[in-house]
Design a protein around this ligand. Structure first.
Ligand code: SF4
Length: 364
């Protein structure tokens, strides 16, 4: 579509189409994603007005725990844990209850509102579900933190068991659009993923379901993901920007510029105004110097990196939140976290090696 000669899109048009009962039309969404079709600041202002309406200036922090890593029989082409991946990641079966509980305590102390336990694999056996129900109880009885589990595909009965155990939220990402799904995975379908979300929803669980942008999908695919997540009633939407890991089948991120990433976040906010929108994996890598602006459409982020990759330091991320005038949803104050991180951080000290990179053995 040639947007060049169209009148500039207004904030009112964007907000109106976001709040219309029929949802945002494709044409507006495509204009929003295209630098020629709309002004970035107009998109950010429209997205921010909805973010502020439903979430004020709050930022919800999530900390991931990769409780079982690698050894997955599925073949998701973006994933370092898949059976086709040659990535050199640590592989291990499920961590012990004690280890998981200690990490939940640490996450609470670091300002996390929600603790997300992620399992590699197709989905849990009934025995694993029993184990999970007791683990959820253990964490909820000992740590004042919300619990989210990403167990893989589950059925209605398993979802009901998790709900009865007190699970706050279930994560199962859609990852990409229906029409693009076969390009990223052959061992399960988009429909399989939707089934898990429906099972969780009908059991009364809040659902978290996200996407990975930058795997070769089109802007129309992005629109259909945002629409589908609205249709299933996703309470939380992590928007990941693809981070290539050496050894995985998809080798590089496609089409991601900092501006396009911001436009994506604006689109998801406008199409899902009340959802907790998270700038998830890849925020540092792909938003780069525009990262702080992601807080205007998004109201949530991950701290301490992602499943197998590092993110920015806690200190830098927490400062970014504070510098932009946002606050965190936590009993632990942002200021106290910053004081603690600063006083125990030697990150800015240069090492001897960095100070003297060309020093010879025989030099003093
Ligand atoms: S099912 Fe999950 S862990 Fe397994 S390959 Fe796909 S994304 Fe990775």
């Amino acid at each position: 579509m040639n947007f060049k000669f169209m009148e500039n899109i207004s904030i009112e048009t964007l907000i109106h189409s976001a709040e219309a009962s029929e949802g945002m039309p494709l044409e507006i969404a495509l204009r929003l994603l295209d630098p020629v079709g709309s002004d970035l600041f107009i998109c950010l202002q429209a997205a921010y007005s909805l973010r502020q309406k439903y979430f004020g200036k709050d930022v919800t922090i999530h900390i991931l725990n990769n409780v079982q890593n690698g050894l997955c029989p599925e073949d998701c082409r973006y994933c370092a844990q898949s059976r086709t991946s040659k990535a050199s990641i640590a592989q291990y079966p499920m961590k012990s209850d004690n280890e998981i509980l200690q990490e939940a305590r640490a996450a609470y102390a670091q300002g996390a509102h929600r603790y997300c336990m992620v399992f590699s694999g197709t989905g849990p056996t009934d025995t694993r579900i029993e184990k999970l129900t007791s683990l959820i109880g253990l964490i909820k009885n000992n740590v004042k933190i919300e619990v989210c589990v990403s167990p893989g595909a589950i059925n209605a009965q398993q979802a009901a068991q998790l709900k009865a155990a007190g699970l706050d939220r279930l994560n199962h990402n859609l990852n990409t659009a229906e029409t693009y799904y076969s390009s990223i995975c052959s061992t399960h379908s988009y429909y399989d993923r939707l089934q898990t979300l429906m099972a969780a929803k009908s059991a009364g669980l809040a659902i978290c379901s996200g996407v990975i942008i930058g795997m070769g999908e089109s802007p129309v695919d992005v629109y259909s993901m945002a629409k589908q997540l609205g249709a299933v009633g996703a309470n939380s939407i992590p928007v990941n920007f693809f981070m290539p890991i050496e050894g995985t089948s998809i080798k590089e991120a496609v089409g991601l510029t900092p501006e396009y990433c911001l436009r994506i976040l604006c689109l998801f906010r406008l199409m899902n105004p009340k959802a907790e929108l998270r700038m998830a994996a890849g925020r540092e890598m792909h938003l780069r110097s525009l990262e702080v602006m992601g807080l205007y459409p998004a109201n949530s982020l991950f701290l301490q990196g992602y499943l197998n990759t590092h993110g920015d330091s806690d200190w830098r991320t927490l400062n970014m939140i504070k510098d932009a005038g946002f606050s965190i949803v936590s009993e632990v104050s942002l200021d106290s976290l910053l004081v603690e991180k600063q006083s125990c951080s030697n990150e800015y000290l240069k090492t001897r090696q960095q100070l003297r990179p060309f020093k010879q053995e025989n030099e003093g």
